[in-house]
Design a protein around this ligand. Structure first.
Ligand code: NAD
Ligand code: DAU
Length: 377
C-alpha cells in the first residue's frame, strides 16, 4: 500500500500518495484555465500518476491557478498550442502518457459571437491536430497499452441547443443542434472525436457537462462577473428578461465525474454531467446579491440587488439547458457532492478571499473585452 498525507483544498479532503515518478503520466490540455486547473489540483491530490499540462496561456489561462502545487514533482507545465501537431507529437514521444484529457478550448459564448475564428482554430482545428498526433502515438503502442490508453474529450451541453420550458432534459441520445459559434465548434470537435473511435478504434470518451461555477472562473462568465461587479458597486448586466435557465454544477463535482469516466467509462461512449440545479439567471444573480450582503455587509452602501440592470439580449441566446445525468450516475456511480446553495456559498466566499487573484486576471485585455461586449448594453 502507498503512504499518503492528507490535506484540504476548497474545503474538500484529499490524500496525496507519494508515487514514484516512473508511473506514466496523464496529459492534460488547457490545465491552466478554470476547469482544467481545478482538475489538475484535484488529480494531484487524489491520484498517484503525474500530470503534464499543455496550455497555450490565452487570456483565460493562468499558471497562478496552480501555484498551490508548489514544487510538486509530479507536475510538469508546457506552454504550447494543441493545434501545433509537432509540439504535441514531441510531448507524446517524450512523456508517453497513458491518457489525454482535453480541456483546451475557447470557452466563452459572447466572445464567439464577436470573433468566431479563434473558436474554429482551437476547438475544431486544434482538436483535430491533437487527435491526429494521438492516433500516430497510440497506433505505435504495444497491444496492451493500446487497449488501456484513453482520450477523454471535455465538452458541453450547449451542443444540444436550447430546450423549451416543458421539454425533458438532454440525454446522450439528444440530437445535436448548436446555436452559437462556440457551441458549433464544440459540436464539430465532438463529431471528430466520435469518428476517431469509430474509424480508427482510438479509445475515446466524451463528457458533455452543464454550466460550471467555482474557484478560478474567469470573471467574464455570469457568476464571477456578478460577484466582481457587485463588490465594485457596478451594474449587474442581466441579458434580456433574465429568464434563461442554466443547470449549474460545482466545478469539483465535474472534475470528479471526469476522473470517474477516465477510470471506468466505456470507450466510445459519451456521458452527460449535470447538477440537477436549474435556475433562471435572475434567480442566480439575486442569490449572489443576498450572499454578498450576508458575507460582506456594507451598511452604508445600497443592497447589491439594486445594481441589477437588464441589458439587450445575447444574439441566439439559448433559453434553457438541463442535463439528464442518469447514465453516469447509474453506470459509474457518480453523484455531485455540492448542491447549488452550498456550492454558490463556497464560491462567493472564495472570491471574497481571493480578491488579489481577481485583480490580477482583470488585465488591460479584460477591460478591453468589457468595453466591447457591454458597449451597447
Ligand atoms: P477556460 O476558458 O477557463 O480555459 C481554457 C484553457 O484552455 C485556458 O487555460 C487556455 O489558455 C487554454 N487554451 C485555449 N486555447 C488553447 C490551445 N489552442 N492550446 C492549448 N491550450 C489552449 O475554459 P473552461 O471554462 O475551464 O472550460 C474548459 C473546457 O470545458 C472547455 O473545453 C469547455 O468547452 C468545457 N466546458 C466548460 C463548461 C463551463 O461551464 N465553463 C461547461 C462544460 C464544458
Ligand atoms: O452549458 C455549458 C456552458 O456554460 C459551457 O460550455 C461554456 O463554456 C460556459 O461559458 C457556459 O456558457 P453560458 O453561455 O451558459 O455561460 P455564461 O456564464 O456566459 O452565461 C450564463 C447565462 O448568463 C447565460 O444565459 C447568459 C447570461 N449572462 C451572461 C453574462 C456574461 C447575462 O445575463 N449577463 C452577462 O453579463
Amino acid at each position: 500500500m502507498m503512504n499518503g498525507s492528507r490535506f484540504t483544498i476548497h474545503g474538500s479532503r484529499f490524500t496525496i500518495y507519494h508515487a514514484r515518478m516512473t508511473e506514466r503520466p496523464l496529459l492534460v490540455t488547457g490545465g491552466a484555465g478554470f476547469i482544467g486547473s481545478n482538475f489538475v489540483l484535484q488529480w494531484i491530490a487524489a491520484e498517484s500518476a503525474p500530470v503534464v499540462n499543455l496550455d497555450k496561456l490565452t487570456y483565460a489561462g493562468n499558471p497562478a491557478n496552480l501555484a498551490g502545487l508548489g514544487n510538486e514533482p509530479r507536475y510538469v507545465f508546457v506552454r504550447g498550442d494543441i493545434a501545433d501537431g509537432a509540439t504535441v507529437a514531441r510531448l507524446l514521444a517524450q512523456y508517453r502518457p497513458r491518457a489525454i484529457v482535453n480541456f483546451a478550448a475557447e470557452s466563452h459564448v459572447d466572445r464567439s459571437i464577436h470573433g468566431p475564428a479563434d473558436f474554429v482554430e482551437t476547438n475544431i482545428v486544434g482538436t483535430f491536430a491533437l487527435l491526429e498526433a494521438t492516433r500516430a502515438f497510440w497506433s505505435a503502442l504495444p497491444q496492451a497499452e493500446r487497449s488501456a490508453f484513453r482520450f477523454l474529450h471535455v465538452s458541453s451541453d450547449e451542443v444540444y441547443g436550447s430546450l423549451a420550458a416543458a421539454e425533458p432534459p438532454f440525454t446522450e441520445a439528444s440530437a445535436y443542434a448548436p446555436n452559437s459559434p462556440y457551441a458549433a465548434s464544440k459540436a464539430a470537435s465532438d463529431h471528430l472525436v466520435r469518428s476517431y473511435h469509430r474509424t480508427y478504434g482510438l479509445p475515446t470518451l466524451t463528457t458533455n457537462c452543464s454550466n460550471n461555477y467555482g474557484p478560478y472562473q474567469f470573471p467574464e462568465k455570469l457568476i464571477p462577473l456578478m460577484i466582481v461587479n457587485a463588490l465594485a458597486g457596478k451594474p449587474l448586466p442581466v441579458y434580456g428578461d433574465g429568464g434563461n435557465v442554466r443547470d449549474w454544477l460545482y466545478v469539483a463535482d465535474h472534475c470528479e465525474a471526469v476522473r470517474l469516466a477516465l477510470a471506468r467509462g466505456r470507450p466510445g461512449e459519451t456521458y452527460n454531467i449535470g447538477g440537477n440545479a436549474e435556475r433562471t439567471n435572475l434567480e442566480v444573480v439575486r442569490m449572489i446579491c443576498s450572499l454578498l450582503s450576508e458575507l460582506k455587509p456594507d451598511p452604508r452602501g445600497p443592497h447589491p440587488s439594486t445594481l441589477i440592470t437588464h441589458v439587450p439580449d445575447r444574439p441566439g441566446h439559448d433559453r434553457r439547458y438541463a442535463i439528464d445525468s442518469a447514465k453516469i450516475r447509474g453506470e459509474l456511480g457518480w453523484r455531485p457532492r455540492e448542491d447549488f446553495d452550498t456550492g454558490l456559498r463556497k464560491t462567493v466566499q472564495w472570491y471574497l478571499d481571493h480578491m488579489a487573484w481577481t485583480g490580477d486576471v482583470m488585465s488591460g485585455a479584460y477591460r478591453e473585452w468589457i468595453e466591447i461586449n457591454y458597449a451597447d448594453r
